[in-house]
Design a protein around this ligand. Structure first.
Ligand SMILES: NC(=O)c1ccc[n+]([C@@H]2O[C@H](COP(=O)([O-])OP(=O)(O)OC[C@H]3O[C@@H](n4cnc5c(N)ncnc54)[C@H](OP(=O)(O)O)[C@@H]3O)[C@@H](O)[C@H]2O)c1
Length: 250
């Protein structure tokens, strides 16, 4: 199976290393220099390619998707920060009838964490002394906070705990009883940790997921590439994980 890499930064290079180790063929590789305004992504350039994998930039990715759709190739998009352009992207994919996988977090474990947190919150529904919270750690270069994943975890808690009504991402004075604290730490080169806790007066339960290496995202992208190779339609990475959790094989 041959993948094309769109974006050759930290993630693109990691996907390449993981792909070669896993026996994929890799190339062509597109960067801002070889693919200005998506112009490198022609049907001819992608002729031998089974699946494109995009880890580029929020500015470039929408045009890249449009060009890959015109070439009628499936694509896995790990790039984030473009979801407000969804209305421009969806019709293009549907018209081209290609396979498309997207997601802000390609770690398999984090999707299991989502489910564990939902289950935990349901169990604590009637135990109001257990107060939930979310903490996330990321490297110093990360521009946004809290992370999209931390917000997602917070929303899962809200969904299952009637006694909580909103997330508090910036504290000013004391937190209101119906607020859930979502805190962010930015330091060093940390690839990402998410922790959900439930704190009672005399005990604490915590569930934590840590990315130890970018390879975790790269392996998720390759799993998605295998998944989408012979499929058509739009799939969130969560749907891909669901397929694997049901025994679909990676
Ligand atoms: N889904 C996930 O699990 C996950 C995990 C990690 C990161 N991400 C996301 O993935 C994206 C990339 O992250 P990164 O850390 O690899 O960033 P990065 O190191 O800055 O790399 C970005 C790459 O995109 C290239 N690029 C820019 N314009 C392009 C174009 N028109 N065509 C092709 N390539 C182009 C850049 O090329 P030049 O160097 O030539 O400018 C660079 O190689 C970000 O949006 C990040 O948030 C997602």
């Amino acid at each position: 199976m041959r993948i094309a890499l769109i974006g050759y930064g930290q993630m693109g290079r990691e996907v390449e290393r993981a792909a070669l180790e896993a026996g994929f063929q890799v190339g062509p590789v597109f960067t801002s220099r070889t693919n200005p305004e998506g112009r490198g992504l022609t049907a001819e350039a992608l002729r031998e390619v089974d699946v494109c994998v995009d880890f580029s930039t929020p500015q470039a990715v929408v045009t890249n998707i449009q060009r890959v759709a015109e070439a009628r190739k499936p694509i896995v998009v790990g790039t984030t920060g473009w979801y407000d352009r969804w209305d421009d992207v969806r019709p293009v994919i549907e018209r081209a009838e290609i396979g498309f996988v997207y997601g802000p977090n390609f770690c398999l474990g984090i999707h299991v964490l989502f489910r564990l947190v939902a289950y935990g919150a349901r169990l604590f529904r009637h135990l109001s002394e257990f107060d939930p919270y979310v903490v996330e750690w990321h490297h110093r270069r990360k521009a946004d906070h809290p992370s999209g994943t931390a917000l997602r975890l917070g929303r899962i808690l809200l969904e299952h705990l009637e006694r909580k009504t909103h997330l508090v991402t910036r504290l000013e004075g004391r937190i209101p009883p119906e607020g859930i604290s979502v805190a962010s730490v930015r330091a060093g080169a940390h690839p990402g940790t998410h922790l959900v806790g439930f704190d009672a007066p005399f005990e604490t339960l915590e569930i934590m997921h840590t990315v130890r290496h970018r390879r975790a995202f790269a392996l998720g992208a390759l799993a998605a590439a295998r998944f989408v190779k012979d499929r058509r339609g739009i799939f969130s990475f969560e749907e891909v994980v669901e397929h694997f959790l049901q025994g679909g094989g990676i």
